[in-house]
Design a protein. Structure first.
Lengths: 423, 388
């Protein structure tokens, strides 16, 4: 066997700092250069009514959410994978999407548009065999750090849970080493701590590797996955790096298997986010389930999550000031939310697309835990409703479990996203 | 209450008490006579928070970049307002350098700078951060020598009663703390604590700032309004005021000519902190609301200052299209300030100015102002031509 040359896949030079990610294909057995490529596209128009929104009134909006172009190309017999998910939300919903209780990246009660380069990664899997049944992978690029549960975009509900930024670490420049032995997968990663401030912003490359995470996955049976994660994220809310760090913990149990002629899916997760060495502590518990059969699916989600309250921008009660001026908040609130939805697949036989109509309703109660922020004054009342109707249109490569790369995605850890189109 | 031209339009609303909020509209005067002469850039870490000026030296409180001493007219480093020169810098323990006071003791010593650290907090409920003491006997090599820590609360603005050698500190939910700063300071200063009080009581106290004046101590509390206290022996007693700004949260304060001027902050039940409250200090010193100046177009009056000659009022405004600096004349009727000029600072995402300080240098009047992120720095403005 003749060692091949190092394959430099990604490099970046900025002000003398060099971040070079090298996947060394030093001992490659013969294999075809390109074996397989898949592409997909998706968009989901959503009509949402939220009552109340900040200020006490109600609001109805149509948004074109999750306009994705996805592509995956496998090389070297699947041992080298390029993966990209391009997200057009910056164009289709620059003002965000109504999301009662949602927060993150300078937004409150709206989901922020994701950055256009949502996932852009290269993964090497078992490039050099390791004896003893151990599989390994190295992933680098922009995407999710190995932490917490799947991105809400690849889960049953239409609306995002409040805990999105407690339970996922997304849109980072990341390098991940994964190891899998039997039912156990371990992942470790370094990445930049800063969250994006805008949909067209790249990670702050000078902060690459100032944060890290570890995740363990155990699959005691084909239907069940247990997850535990820990992360230290430096100054996510302040791009230059002046903000307090976050210590994050996530544990979850996920199951998915056949039930009669249908399928059931369930997820239970608990997350803890400690900021500024424990000065701020936020907790989240979430459980969701889905039953699907043929073209039908029904789902529920229950969540109780704490979130920080920030002073809102003048004239825009859905945004808070970025960057922060100091390490204070104006309060902490607790959101208890029940969500229920139904989806009906409408895949036309003569078209190469999958379609699904979705109806979803959400009821939330918010209480103040500490600070100045008075939700009853801010929203006019403490119980909030949100209802959505959507049409999901997808073609080609199906939605994957976002945030799962390398050995965490391969070898039995990929479980099909609940969706009637896949029945 | 009377309607007047105040430069920028004012909201009209009735207020409880003897004072009221002006209902007025008028022409916008922007920046006339205010000249930017220099800007000291500060790393966005978070940036510039406050500045203390004395005798040609500016002490910049630059958060995690630390306390920076600049010669802006002292002469030791050849600095001037147009060309500030860095003398030294120190990052006190924990960084988060928020405010400072260069203490001149009655015996002539000018050895200590007190530095306030603003740690994490939940406004209205909790706070953190200590007072650090920096020895500047050698201004080119400052050294931290002492600190004061109050468990469960954090320091905010303080004022040193230099003749009596007492530092009065706002401690947010911890209330007001009086510290003995006489003699040599070293190590833990908890034994120097003279008195402490929560003027609004537990759950209704979140003190922004304090100023001693005419034997009283005036306190601006974010939750419970404007107070008159006094130190009697080892006790801080409440003499008057309090629970008198129910519609807004309080912020910074200034005192001159028998009047006090206090700012307001954020949004309280939808009412913005865009007011300056004017308090008449009666014969007993008790504050009585006399007037209010309300300016639309921003969210917070973050700092209020009066020039040393008592003739000019300035406040800084944050968060909104009308953020920046506002100047008023106190000549003639300090109870009803007359608008002079508005200097807008909005290029920083309309975040405006966090704090500002008057400085008299070489016969001219300057303003040292902390420009907020995302382009943080200290602006030096010549306001001589608008001096009343």
């Amino acid at each position: 066997m003749t060692p091949g040359p190092p394959d430099v896949l990604c490099g970046r030079v900025r002000r003398g700092h060099v971040v070079v990610v090298v996947v060394a294909a030093l001992a490659l057995p013969p294999a075809p250069l390109a074996a397989q490529a898949m592409f997909g596209a998706q968009i989901t128009p959503v009509l949402t009514r939220a009552d109340p929104v900040p200020g006490g009134s109600s609001l109805t909006e149509l948004r074109f959410t999750a306009p994705f172009l996805m592509g995956t190309a496998d090389f070297l017999g699947g041992r080298l994978r390029l993966h990209a998910t391009l997200d057009g939300e910056g164009w289709t919903m620059p003002g965000g999407q109504l999301a009662t209780g949602g927060f993150g990246e300078g937004w409150e009660d709206r989901r922020h548009p994701h950055t256009w380069a949502h996932e852009l990664l290269v993964t090497a899997i078992d490039l050099t065999p390791v004896p003893g049944g151990v599989h390994w992978s190295l992933t680098a690029g922009k995407g999710f750090a190995p932490y917490g549960t799947d991105d809400p975009m690849s889960r049953p509900a239409l609306g995002y849970p409040v805990n999105h930024h407690w339970s996922q670490i997304l849109e980072r420049a990341v390098a991940i080493l994964g190891l899998r032995y039997g039912p156990v997968t371990l992942e470790g990663a370094i990445f930049n701590g800063d969250e994006p401030e805008r949909w067209d912003q790249w990670p702050n490359w000078r902060r690459f590797a100032d944060s890290w995470s570890l995740r363990a996955l155990i699959q005691p049976s084909a239907a069940v996955e247990l997850q535990a994660s820990y992360a230290q994220v430096r100054s996510p809310d302040n791009r230059p790096g002046a903000g307090p760090g976050h210590d994050k913990v996530s544990v979850s149990a996920r199951m998915e298997h056949a039930l009669g002629s249908g399928r059931i899916y369930g997820l239970a997760e608990w997350a803890y986010n400690s900021e500024a060495n424990g000065f701020f502590k936020y907790y989240s518990g979430l459980a969701e389930a889905q039953w699907s059969r043929a073209a039908h699916r029904a789902y529920v989600r229950f969540e109780r999550t704490d979130r920080p309250e920030e002073e809102r921008v003048f004239g825009n009660p859905f945004r808070w000031n970025l960057p922060h001026l100091e390490n204070s908040t104006i309060g902490m609130t607790r959101w208890s939310i029940a969500t229920a939805g139904y989806g009906r697949g409408l895949t036309p036989a003569h078209l190469p697309v999958h379609m699904e109509v979705i109806a979803e309703v959400e009821y939330a109660r918010v209480t103040s835990l500490t600070g100045l922020f008075d939700p009853t004054s801010f929203y006019g009342r403490s119980d909030l409703w949100m209802a959505s109707a959507a049409l999901r249109i997808a073609a080609g490569e199906p939605m994957h479990r976002m945030g799962r790369y390398g050995v965490a995605a391969d070898g039995g850890h990929v479980m099909m996203m609940p969706s009637p189109e896949r029945e | 209450m009377r309607a007047r031209w105040v430069g920028v339009g004012a909201l009209g609303a009735a207020l409880a008490g003897c004072g009221g909020e002006r209902a007025a509209t008028g022409p916008v005067t922007t920046g006339a006579g205010v000249r930017l002469v220099a800007t000291v850039g500060v790393p966005a870490n978070y940036g510039q928070h406050d500045q203390f000026f004395r005798a040609g030296l500016a002490f910049l409180c630059s958060w995690n970049t630390g306390l920076q001493v600049y010669d802006v007219g002292d002469g030791r480093a050849g600095g001037s307002p147009q060309n500030p020169k860095l003398v030294s810098r120190i990052v006190t323990a924990g960084g988060q350098v928020h405010n400072a006071w260069w203490y001149w003791a009655p015996d002539g010593q000018k050895r200590y700078v007190f530095v306030g650290q603003e740690g994490p907090g939940v406004i209205g409920s909790s706070s953190s951060g200590d007072i650090h003491v920096v020895d500047v006997a050698d201004l080119t090599a400052p050294v931290e020598v002492a600190s004061y820590h109050l468990a469960g609360a954090g320091a905010h603005y303080f004022w040193v009663d230099e003749p009596h050698q007492i530092l009065y500190a706002a401690y947010y939910n911890g209330g007001v703390v009086a510290l003995d700063v006489s003699g040599t300071l070293s190590g833990d200063l908890s034994g120097r604590e003279i008195a402490r009080v929560q003027p609004g009581g537990a759950g209704n106290t979140y003190v922004w700032g304090v100023i001693p004046f005419n034997g009283s101590l005036y306190v601006s509390d974010m939750l419970s309004g404007f107070w008159q206290l006094a130190l009697a022996g080892d006790t801080l007693r409440v003499l008057g005021g309090g629970n008198n700004v129910p519609e807004r949260y309080g912020s910074g304060l200034a005192i001159a000519n028998g009047f006090a001027y206090s700012g307001t902050w954020g949004s309280r039940a939808g009412v913005l902190g865009n007011a300056v409250k004017i308090w008449q200090l009666g014969p007993s010193g008790a504050p009585v609301l006399h007037d209010s100046v309300v300016t639309p177009g921003f969210t917070t009056v973050s700092d209020v200052k009066v020039s040393d000659d008592g003739r000019m009022l300035m406040f800084s405004a944050e968060f909104g299209p009308a953020a920046g600096l506002y100047f008023y004349s106190l000549v003639g009727d300090p109870g009803h300030p007359a608008f002079i000029a508005h200097y807008p600072v909005t290029a920083n995402s309309e975040n405006g100015v966090h704090t500002a300080e008057f400085a008299e240098i070489g016969g001219r009047r300057y303003v040292f102002a902390a420009e907020d992120p995302p382009i943080p720095g200290m602006m030096i403005l010549d306001v001589t031509s608008i001096r009343p």
